[in-house]
Design a binder for this molecule. Structure first.
Ligand code: FMN
Length: 181
């Protein structure tokens, strides 16, 4: 798929079907993350793929802070990629760049994804047995989407909302973020 089209199509998905995520797609997502740019090419990240203990992991996540709703356990992600970073190595943007690589690869494979920063890091580090010299930075939730959020152009508000059970996701219009000199 054309990269711009994939970027446009990708939405954060918070309701998933009860369908396993194939290991080869998880492998491709980790490979895409591995190939992503990192400051000074330090490559400080590692990736834990998670397809077991899904309920335990789900209990350590928080969803859709702007709205009074969260996915039920039936709708929970069917896989996660935990992004861990070697302590005191690398640059802050590295993890975000690699997370986007995972999400775009997942989109191309027909999967939904959601980057998760509002997580119980200590509990997850224990559940996932993160090595002592690494810290958990982000989780990426994955699974087959059971919703189709829609973009809306909005100059004023950044808060997504549910309308007729469809998540509407505001994005600032191009002319409001594009500065020409
Ligand atoms: C660093 C980061 C952390 C995020 N953490 C969460 C989270 O903990 N829970 C959640 O439901 N969404 C989380 N999101 C998803 C954002 O809410 C979402 O990207 C935003 O609302 C825009 O929607 P879109 O991804 O569909 O474009 C996170 C996104 C990023 C980039």
């Amino acid at each position: 798929m054309d990269t711009y089209k994939t970027i446009k199509e990708r939405r954060s998905i918070r309701r998933y079907k009860d369908k396993e995520v194939p290991q080869d797609i998880l492998k491709k997502c980790v490979d895409a993350a591995r190939l992503s740019p990192t400051g000074a090419n330090l490559q400080p990240l590692k990736y834990i793929t998670v397809t077991k203990d899904l309920e335990k992991v789900f209990d350590c996540t928080n969803w859709a802070g702007y709205i009074d709703w969260e996915p039920s356990s039936k709708e929970m992600p069917r896989a996660y990629i935990a992004m861990i970073k070697e302590e005191d190595v690398g640059f802050e943007p590295d993890v975000g760049i690699a997370a986007q690589s995972i999400c775009l690869t997942a989109t191309n494979e027909g999967l939904g994804s959601c980057i998760l920063g509002a997580i119980d890091k200590d509990e997850l580090e224990s559940i996932l047995q993160v090595p002592e010299d690494h810290e958990l930075k982000l989780m990426v939730a994955l699974g087959y989407p059971d919703e189709r959020p829609e973009l809306v152009e909005d100059r004023e508000s950044v808060e997504y909302y549910l309308q007729d059970d469809v998540l509407k996701v505001p994005k600032k219009p191009l002319d409001s973020v594009w500065i020409k000199r």
